[in-house]
Design a protein around this ligand. Sequence first.
Ligand code: ACM
Ligand code: ZN
Length: 440
Amino acid sequence: MRTILFIILSLFPVPVREVYSEGEYTCRRVESGVSFLMDETVPAEGYEIDVTESSATVRYSDKGGLFYARQAIGQISVTKADGSVSIPCCSITDYPRVAWRGFMLDSGRQYQSPETIRQLLDMMAALKMNVFHWHLTDGLGWRIDVKRYPRLTETGSCVAEGPQQQGYYTRKEIREIVSYAAVRNITVVPEIDMPGHAEAALTAYPELSCFGIPAEIPEAGYSQVIFCAGKDRTLRFLEDVLDEVCRLFPSEYIHLGGDEAPKGNWDKCPDCIRRISEEGLRDSHELQLWFSARMAGYLKKKGRKAIFWEDVLHPGSTLSPNPLPDNVAIQWWNYRGYGDFALRETPANGYELICSPNYFTYLNFPTEPWKGYEENRTFSFEDAWLHNPVEKGLSSGSPLVLGGECALWTDYGLTEDMLDERLFPRIYAIAQLFWSGGSR
Ligand code: ACM
Ligand code: ZN
């Protein structure tokens, strides 16, 4: 029968061939009998594999499709006792449901070793996830080495107390991680959170906050101390940081955070009050929009796009008439607080959207109550699969909905050794929603 006929590809010894010259992903002897054909009709990142008794053909239209085809061949090929390798006869057509299939890791609150990051990238590649959203700065740690401002890492990488909260990534380590990811069809999108979640940076450089006094480090949540949007030196500092971030990360998108930025200090700070008046803004909330527009504009001049958490729209803001430049994407997350407001508001006003509603894509929410996570903040594999509000976004049909993400925040001391139990098996369900939707 056709299904039990195998092509024997290694009757004769064949040379082992490197699949990717710039990385060490894999060597597969089995590929030497396969014809790889570029075919522009195959959807982006998709592939077709046709194996008969006499031929094996792969069609793809881009680097991602070629990568996933090779991965699929590796998954279905069989090594026999005599060492020969074969591929079962098959006909496979496979392509992604959405273009943005992301995983976010919070390396700000807890530090993870580059080796762990590489293992997570391997996991992502196996699940055909293609965006590693790397949350590199938060109140409990600044993890990216910035040449021009050395105190960011000298001080900012060790403001918290836990042994796994010390550390940062050197520029060399970052470059290596970016290329390790690229070999696996993964783009690394760095996040520099601003103006809030910045206590680590503001401990290193207190003069960049409204009142110049060192921030208290919040063991949970966040404090009132945020970057001052009224001081020109703070804006220049952030732009300098973005210069270096753009040099290290070639990604089209740079995430600028924008979540959970309390305005208590901006409402009292003479510089922020002056900025509000000079720019004709209504209040400190509009000041965040102004600040975000300025930072996104800076990225636009560098040919990049900016992503903001949906908080830049709240409370009560609308994206009409377009207060942010056209290189902005919004990330929808606060399903608990704001429902699907961002999902409705963002594409309707011409902005791109990434869907990561915190029910049930936040994988730090455990399966059973733990520390600050009560029963109503737990979820199961089945919840992730059957009740995920991310579906509303992914199935909306708008071309401005880029896709989705799941997130692993590291609040409450979620250390490196605990990541796997939070990820698995729930991330299988989420990755599948992103890639194929699957059948309910
Ligand atoms: C977020 O969960 N604070 C984006
Ligand atoms: Zn201020």
